[in-house]
Design a protein around this ligand. Structure first.
Ligand code: 5AD
Ligand code: SF4
Length: 439
């Protein structure tokens, strides 16, 4: 007698915030695969909805509550639908989430994802499940390994989590905990596995990735070992703190061909007074010195940064120092934010800058950064770059990919396939992307 197969359960997962959450979401999908779940793109037919949340700015947390509100009718129609909150809002708010939204079945902090399968079973039995511990064990080790299915040419790989820096505005040290590095052996075997499955570019992730200490030669050591893997063509890493940009890592930018010439190196502000109050533990000058050394190692390096405007007590003169620093660096891309008060962080206790001033400064900063970004993008015209093709372009016959410098590039390419890495001459600079021709 033939046995009827049970239909897979459907998991809808929505990811907010940083790339580390993107990586975590992938791993959670894999872990719940063991419970019979497959991913779906719509909450309407899901058996489980999981929000992988971000707590970095105030609006991010509020978004989670309003998103949960949108699922109320689904839960009313199908009471066995499981709803879970993961990520940094889960860590920070814990039980409060269930108090505010009693339909939530499980709340899981970023260090406890390996316990998701048990929690899912508990929720299935009608018991609310909450886990926001910082357990000793490595969650990635305990999560089931990635299945061997083929995948796209680029992948994230988390090597380090947590942060010990305690910038005065930031919740990360509280939500993600102290710095923990994954051992080099595990990182390398995961990388080899990814390459076997078709990955050609790996971005190493960590909240403070260049403080990585799972290899005896630090992040530079793991980069050099990764570069020896045949079939892996490109290596990137993010996000770095300027104080952890050591000599070995700077030298890697000169010597490791597979390490791409693009670096995200947040500075946050240009005024030493504000940097001190932010507890950044560096000055504008020491940041510029690091940039100078990096550019001496890799003259074509494109830099990207994060900026906060309107940090408590920031004056117009302080803000001007941020603009001066931006002028001095010339960024290839950047992310800028209005300071957002985070309860429990030291900066939240300080005198605040008005919303109007924050708006005005953000506009001025973004205008300057936008001009720089555009100028650097336009300067690519006529140059030859490597492009890794990731997906068909918008127009028929086109393929889209990323340059070594992380610019979006599209090419009219007969016979090009996803995963090809080719030399391309840039012929045009558009609003958000470059146009190239195959060489
Ligand atoms: N307000 C505004 N921006 C913040 N960031 C972190 N905390 C805050 C906050 N409280 C920004 C920083 C960091 C990026 C990930 O988010 O620029 O580098
Ligand atoms: Fe937050 Fe600062 Fe740590 Fe970055 S270095 S995660 S901004 S505390």
């Amino acid at each position: 007698m033939s046995q009827s197969k049970t239909a897979p359960k459907k998991l809808f997962i929505k990811t907010y915030g940083c790339q580390m959450n993107v990586y975590d979401s992938e791993r959670m999908v894999e872990a719940l695969g063991g419970q019979g779940y497959v991913e779906t793109q719509s909450p309407d037919d899901a058996d489980m909805i999981l929000l992988n949340t971000c707590h970095i700015r105030e609006k991010a947390a509020e978004k989670v509550y309003s998103e949960l509100g949108r699922y109320k009718h689904l839960k009313a129609e199908r009471p066995d639908l499981k709803i879970g909150v993961a990520g940094c809002v889960a860590q920070a708010e814990g039980e409060e989430i269930i108090r505010r939204q009693p339909m939530v079945d499980l709340v899981v902090g970023p260090q406890s994802y390996h316990r998701l399968p048990e929690m899912e079973a508990k929720a299935g039995a009608g018991v609310k499940a909450l886990d926001t511990d910082f357990p000793e064990e490595d969650k990635f080790e305990k999560l089931t390994s990635r299945p061997k299915a083929k995948r796209g040419p680029t992948a994230f790989l988390t090597v380090q989590e947590g942060c010990d820096k305690f910038c005065a505005f930031c919740v990360v040290p509280y939500t993600r905990g102290a710095e923990v590095s994954r051992p080099a052996g595990r990182v390398l075997s995961e990388a080899r596995d990814l390459v076997e499955r078709g990955v050609r570019e790996i971005t190493l992730l960590g909240q403070n990735v260049n403080a990585y200490h799972g290899h005896d030669k630090g992040l530079a050591g793991i980069i050099r070992d990764l570069a020896k893997i045949d079939g892996l063509e490109r290596i990137r890493f993010t996000t770095s703190h300027p104080n952890d940009m050591d000599d070995a890592l700077i030298a890697a930018h000169a010597e490791v061909e597979k390490l791409m010439p693009y670096l995200h190196l947040p500075v946050q502000a240009g005024s030493d007074k504000i940097l001190k109050r932010m507890n950044r533990q560096h000055t504008a000058e020491s940041y510029l010195k690091v940039v100078e050394r990096l550019r001496a190692a890799r003259p074509d390096l494109h830099l990207s940064g994060d900026f906060i405007v309107g940090f408590p007590e920031e004056t117009e003169e302080d803000f001007q120092a941020t603009l001066d620093l931006v002028e001095a660096v010339q960024y290839g891309s950047a992310f800028s934010f209005k300071y957002s008060e985070r309860p429990g962080t030291p900066a939240a206790e300080r005198p605040q800058v008005s919303e109007d001033e924050k708006d005005d400064r953000l506009q001025r900063l973004q205008a300057l950064l936008g001009r720089q970004q555009r100028a650097l993008q336009d300067a690519m015209v006529g140059r030859e770059v490597g492009v890794l093709f990731e997906k068909p372009g918008r127009k028929p016959g086109q393929m889209g990919g990323k340059s070594d410098y992380l610019h979006a590039v599209h090419v009219a390419g007969e016979g090009l396939s996803v995963g090809d890495l080719r030399r391309v001459r840039i012929v045009e600079s558009g609003a958000n992307s470059l146009k190239g021709e195959l060489l």
